[in-house]
Design a protein around this ligand. Structure first.
Ligand code: AKG
Length: 264
């Protein structure tokens, strides 16, 4: 008995490696989140994604609320079972007329997880359409082993290592267009990308990386947040929860985890 997805949708996820669109929060709530992000960025003088990354949901309560959203968790439970940890969450912003893009990649090549049972929910905080650089999927690319990634920095690729899979014909990608507050789901091996923003509108999304509790980290011991069910395995240390936005304790933790990801 599934909670949100139909048996056909679960089957489609297994076949194609992604599903969309589903609604997580109202458009008004998404607009409020966008405003809170913009307010913070106004005090910073630059984009939050430059330094609040990997555990974004531990720094802002609006993001934590989305990370624990019951509808998202119902959908994730239908795909990976009832005991769910969130090990990372990132904000992705592209401004109006922004040449930055995300190259084709598979998260599985970088996440260091075993087995590869991670599912990502990508939540649109603004609208996310073809013209402002929505997420794109390569159907059925999650079957088989990881593809070869090369790392090349110095262009407008938003991925931290400049990673990319070369040779994918871009037109084979499917645009995952979303209204504010809607989300997509994809398997960690599904190749995905996004194009530059050629519109007058900013595009903002929050990606949330969920694993079933049996998944291990293949590298050093790491931390994660239990968002549903029980963790009877103890493969992950518990993440601290923010007492308020920009809580120095969780901010430091986020920085440490980001450093571990970048250097580990
Ligand atoms: O937001 C984007 O354009 C890319 C997101 C992404 O690559 C991810 O969530 O892993």
């Amino acid at each position: 008995m599934t909670k949100l997805l139909s048996a056909q949708e679960v089957e489609r996820f297994r076949r194609d490696g992604y599903l969309f669109p589903y609604r997580a929060i109202s458009e008004a709530k998404a607009a409020d989140s966008l405003r809170q992000l913009a307010d913070y960025e106004a005090t910073l003088g630059h984009e939050a994604q430059n330094h609040v990354r990997f555990k974004f949901h531990l720094v802002f309560n609006w993001a934590l609320e989305i990370a624990r959203n019951e509808t998202i968790l119902d959908a994730v439970e239908d795909l990976i079972g009832p005991d769910i940890l969130l090990f990372a969450g990132s904000i992705w912003t592209k401004n109006a007329h922004d040449p930055r893009f995300v190259a084709w990649h598979q998260d599985s090549a970088y996440f260091g997880l075993d087995p590869h049972d991670e599912v990502t929910a990508w939540v649109a905080i603004s609208d996310s359409r073809s013209d402002n650089g929505c997420l794109r999927y390569l159907p059925q690319s999650h079957h088989g082993a990881d593809m070869t990634h090369i790392e090349k920095k110095g262009d407008n690729n938003l991925l931290v290592f400049g990673q990319r899979i070369e040779g994918i014909a871009d037109e084979r990608g499917i645009d995952a267009e979303l209204a504010p507050g809607e989300f997509t789901l994809h398997h960690e091996r599904t190749a995905h990308s996004s194009r530059p923003n050629v519109s007058d509108r900013r595009r903002v999304g929050l990606s949330l990386f969920y694993i079933p509790a049996h998944v291990r980290s293949t590298g050093a011991r790491r931390s994660a947040l239990l968002v549903r069910g029980k963790d009877k395995y103890g493969h992950w240390d518990p993440d601290p929860l923010p007492r308020y936005d920009l809580d120095p304790i969780t901010f430091e933790h986020m920085k440490k985890c980001l450093g571990g990801y970048l250097h580990g």
